[in-house]
Design a protein around this ligand. Structure first.
Ligand code: NDP
Length: 450
């Protein structure tokens, strides 16, 4: 059976690949294991130079990579360009971090005690289809910087950008076997990486359900795991906020990437006293979102990833809506921007829709807002809109979530830690924190007794 790769905006086949299976996965792990001793021995400055070269090659091929990603995921080309820019920045950042992630000396009796940051060995990286290369880079950067070798498994639906990156890594001079890409089904290739005795760690981004099975599978060999899972984040808007600004920004916090974003603020919580004014402005702003051909420069939202996924998203909209936008008809897995009024107990407010559907939920006061925001098994991101600085900080501390923005909806930056509380996972990506997930602390005591 071949692996058929589609353009979700046209439903055209853009590639047919031979899918990898367990045998190819084992071979890639064996190559990574063989490459490990030499890669970990590369002098820090040289490893940094190789990562910097990769970053530069990503910049040189930025338009090509953005077009691959836009065609394969259905992302608007302008957004895809931004993502590729971030990928280059991620490799630059971790190139600069190679020689800044060091150990300690600790005062003890009878000698000298110091620590090393050791690489883990072969790491398996399993990534989803929503931000294929972007999310891969968040894991590759720190993994390679720490001296690990990597087997990367892209999602079956979106393998093309990862395969191209592996070619660029070789062109950058990163030795064979240090970064291998194995494109095949998760239940075979992914599962094999999770259970493989020579894989020391799994860095995973995807659904909470598969994350749970990764954790179970990793238990057999006590593998380290980092899990970036689903979210149902709250965008909390107080009546004293700049409501027009909050409403103008809110659609892009849900409908960006057609809502297929683990950080999507898909529950918009609005204080009752400002509710009508906010909702009017929200509907106007949502009406202005430009939905259409991802290749057009001014498109802001493209299609969903697949017909199957569109059917799942549609199942969350079964009654009256506050607003339903327009979407192209005919070919392409398009779904319109949709606003529904909900309570926090409704299915649309409890489950990760992963599509352009936002649940708008009124609240009474600060305590009520915090209660509703935290009433979810997830805890990935969230936003707070208010002009009261003390309240912003009180609420930020009270929310059970890993990443929060105040008077903004942006969660992700190269230099700052990203990751979840509760069933959104654990471990941190990006920033210097990510290096901790791809290294082990070794403690050495050196006796000075004569
Ligand atoms: P999955 O969790 O199924 O997929 C994520 C990755 O895991 C893919 O590479 C997939 O491979 C792989 N995988 C699947 N099964 C296994 C397994 N048994 N062992 C190891 N790896 C496996 O997410 P989906 O892509 O199916 O999306 C489903 C839902 O997950 C979405 O609707 C959304 O709610 C959520 N999601 C959240 C993301 C996030 O960023 N937090 C990202 C993507 C999805 P393959 O696809 O090749 O089979």
């Amino acid at each position: 059976m071949s692996l058929t790769v589609l353009n979700p905006a046209t439903e055209d086949v853009i590639a047919e690949l031979e899918p990898a299976g367990a045998e190819e996965t084992d071979a890639a792990v064996a190559r990574a294991l063989a490459a490990y001793p030499a890669w970990r021995a590369v002098a820090p400055g040289d490893r940094a130079r190789l990562l910097r070269r990769l970053a530069t090659l990503v910049e040189d091929h930025a338009e090509e990579l953005a077009r691959i990603e836009s065609r394969n995921v259905g992302k608007p080309i302008s957004g895809a360009r931004g993502e590729v820019g971030m990928i280059a920045d991620v490799f630059h950042f971790y190139a600069g971090a190679v020689d800044k992630h060091h150990g300690q000396t600790i005062p003890v009796a009878g000698g000298v005690d110091f620590t090393f940051r050791e690489p883990l060995g072969v790491v398996g990286l399993i990534v989803p289809w929503n931000f294929p290369l972007n999310i891969a880079s968040w894991k590759l950067g720190p993994a390679l910087a720490c001296g690990n070798t990597v087997v990367l498994k892209p999602a079956e639906l979106t393998p093309l950008s990862a395969l191209r990156l592996a070619e660029l890594a070789l062109e950058a001079g990163i030795p064979e076997g240090v970064l291998d890409v194995v494109a095949g089904p998760g239940r075979i290739v992914g599962q094999r990486l999770v259970e493989h005795p020579d894989v020391a760690k799994i860095g995973f981004t995807g659904s909470t359900e598969v994350g749970r099975s990764v954790m179970e599978g990793a238990a057999g060999t006590i593998k380290r795991v980092t899990l970036e899972l689903g979210g149902k984040s709250a965008n909390v808007v107080f009546a004293d906020a700049d409501l027009e600004r909050a409403a103008a920004a809110a659609p892009y916090a849900v409908f960006d990437n057609a809502g297929q974003d683990c950080c999507a603020r898909s529950r918009i919580l609005v204080e009752r006293s400002g509710y009508d004014r906010f909702v009017d402005a929200l509907v106007t702003a949502t009406r202005n979102v430009k939905v259409g051909d991802p290749a057009s420069e001014d498109t802001e939202m493209g299609p969903l990833i697949s017909a199957e996924h569109r059917a799942k998203v549609a199942s969350y909209v079964d009654g009256a809506t506050l607003f339903t936008g327009d979407a192209p008809e005919g070919r392409g897995f398009y779904f319109p921007c949709t606003l529904v009024e909900a309570t926090n107990d409704d299915r649309v407010a409890r489950e990760e829709v992963f599509g352009p559907v936002a649940a708008v939920i009124p609240f009474d006061d600060e305590a009520d807002a915090v209660r509703i925001a935290n009433d979810t098994p997830y805890g990935l991101s969230g936003s707070i809109w208010t002009r009261d600085g003390a309240r912003a900080l009180r609420v930020a501390r009270a929310l059970e979530t890993g990443v929060i923005s105040i008077n903004s909806n942006s969660s992700v930056r190269v230099a700052t830690p990203f990751g979840g509380f509760k069933q959104s996972g654990f471990g941190r990506e990006l920033g210097l924190n990510a290096l901790d997930g791809y290294s082990e602390v070794k403690n050495v005591f050196y006796s000075t007794a004569s």
